[in-house]
Design a protein around this ligand. Structure first.
Ligand code: GSF
Length: 218
């Protein structure tokens, strides 16, 4: 298990590619799964961006994980930029189609599923504030996006094996990370019962080692 937060000395000591990530982030999980599926080696540096002693702002001015650090020290963010880069640098198991229409269909899935994770993460953060400062309207608005997003995913998936048809790709990885995040932070959202087709796909995804090894932890 990696250390609880970034070790900057270790970061500067070798020129391996690195991923700065928290172990709960659905976006960081997406990057970890893509790297694993493509057999790309890197050093995982765990850093919780909410911690007072977080080093994330030194690598990403937005203070968010994931951040990918290239061999020359240059940084990439956010997760969509990172996964596109990783897919382009290794020929192993392409996760983004080359043709414009199928490619943009996968990116649309990623935008939808990431958007649901974004809305859910906003609710999680809002609920951590003192109760008197929380906005029930804001929480309801974000939960509405989660519900509408899940419905859209389920409709778009239909009876297909994977998000865009018969082939496993980045869309499925992004979807799996969002569903896993909902299970982790919002066990009360019963998306499995509401959307059995998402549940079936998620169970299939969870058989892949890259998914099993990256189940979110606090
Ligand atoms: C979202 C990253 C993000 O929200 C991406 O990489 O795809 N669009 C970006 N990261 C959260 C952690 S989590 O909810 O995954 C984060 O780092 N938040 C810290 C902050 O200060 O907002």
């Amino acid at each position: 298990m990696p250390p609880a937060h970034t070790d900057t000395q270790r970061l500067s000591m070798n020129n391996k590619m690195k991923l700065i990530a928290s172990l709960s982030s659905p976006f960081a999980r997406k990057v970890r799964i893509v790297a694993a599926e493509k057999h790309i080696e890197y050093q995982l540096v765990v850093d919780v961006p909410w911690a007072d002693d977080s080093h994330v702002p030194e690598f990403n001015p937005l203070g968010k994980v994931p951040v990918w650090v290239l061999e020359d020290g240059k940084t990439l963010f956010d997760s969509r930029v990172i996964v596109e880069y990783l897919d382009s640098v290794s020929p192993v198991g392409h996760l983004l189609p080359k043709e414009p229409r199928p490619r943009i269909a996968v990116k649309r899935w990623e935008a939808l599923t990431d958007g649901v994770a974004d809305a859910a993460a906003l609710v999680f953060v809002e609920r951590k504030r003192p109760e008197t400062q929380q906005s029930p309207e804001w929480i309801a608005r974000q939960l509405g996006k989660v519900a509408a997003g899940l419905k859209a995913m389920s409709e778009d998936l239909g009876q297909q094996t994977f998000c865009t048809g018969e082939t496993f790709n980045l869309a499925d990885i992004a979807l799996g990370c969002t569903l896993g995040y909902l299970d982790f932070r919002f066990p009360e959202i019963d998306w499995r019962r509401a959307h059995p087709n998402l549940s079936e796909l998620y169970d299939r995804l969870m058989q892949r080692p890259a998914f099993k090894e990256t189940v979110p932890v606090a």
